[in-house]
Design a protein around this ligand. Structure first.
Ligand code: 13P
Length: 254
């Protein structure tokens, strides 16, 4: 079985409404030849979810994601967005635990476990982000650091639930820095993540989980990174804001 290969765009907090509409139109007008195991996921800001959803309707292989959701089902949580709201508007994916959420909004592994649970309750596919800061990489302890992120936020899941997760490995030192991990560094960590999953859930289950790489993925390096056996696509920030660049990344999927 070929694992799902995914080119995911994370727009973060960028673009006006008009710019978002232009980018969606440009992205969707290019014709890409997709195989059934290939998908494009567009994680747009909350106010543009409806727009993105209506634009991708009828486009097989294109899906829309939110960039976050809250831990609670509903209630007096001003400014928050629930998984149920996302489900109710036909959103299929949600990014959980991006390093920017961990850093600027104090999201801990325990909070992220609640968010993963909530997303799955409402049939959203979590794109669960993990990754180490530079000082951890320099100390050489990235493997245990990242394994702990999986253990503390995902290992409460049953086998059936875990199979619905997508993982994104995003080393923080490579995000928005232009300094991408080498394809070898990505492969090495992805293999480690898959082994961590295999030790807990079994190799057969681990082999079904898509693991995306994120951090300065560009049109020029995507093919090399995606070619590695445990790299199942990318989660792309800056380069996803330019239709031609992201188009090249889509075409780099295996
Ligand atoms: P860049 O592609 O801009 O480095 O961002 C990566 C990222 O954080 C995607 O979620």
């Amino acid at each position: 079985m070929m694992r799902q290969q995914i080119a995911a765009a994370n727009w973060k907090m960028n673009l006006t409404y008009a710019q978002a509409e232009d980018l969606l139109d440009n992205l969707l007008q290019d014709s890409h030849t997709f195989q059934p195991h290939q998908s494009v996921v567009l994680a747009v800001p909350f106010p543009y979810l409806s727009l993105a959803k209506s634009k991708v309707t009828g486009k097989a292989n294109f899906f829309v994601a939110a960039q976050n959701c809250y831990t609670q089902k509903s209630g007096a949580y001003t400014g928050e967005t629930s998984a149920e709201m996302l489900q109710s508007m036909g959103i299929e994916f949600v990014i959980i635990g991006h390093s920017e959420r961990r850093e600027y909004f104090n999201e801990t592994n325990a909070i992220l476990a609640e968010k993963v649970n909530m997303a799955l309750t409402y049939s959203l596919t979590p794109i669960f982000c993990c990754g180490e800061p530079l000082q951890i990489r320099e100390a050489g302890t990235q493997n245990s650091y990242v394994a702990a992120q999986l253990e503390e936020s995902l290992f409460q899941l049953s086998v059936e639930q875990l199979k619905k997760i997508v993982i994104a490995y995003e080393p923080i030192w490579a995000i928005g820095t232009g300094k991408t991990a080498t394809a070898d560094q990505a492969q090495e960590m992805h293999a480690h993540l898959r082994k961590t999953l295999a030790d807990q859930y079994g190799q057969d289950v681990a082999d079904t989980i898509s693991i995306l790489y994120g951090g300065s993925v560009k049109g020029s390096n995507a093919k090399d990174i995606f070619s590695r056996p445990d790299v199942d696509g990318g989660l792309v920030g800056g380069a996803s804001l330019v239709a031609a660049d992201f188009g090249q990344i889509i075409d780099a999927l295996k």
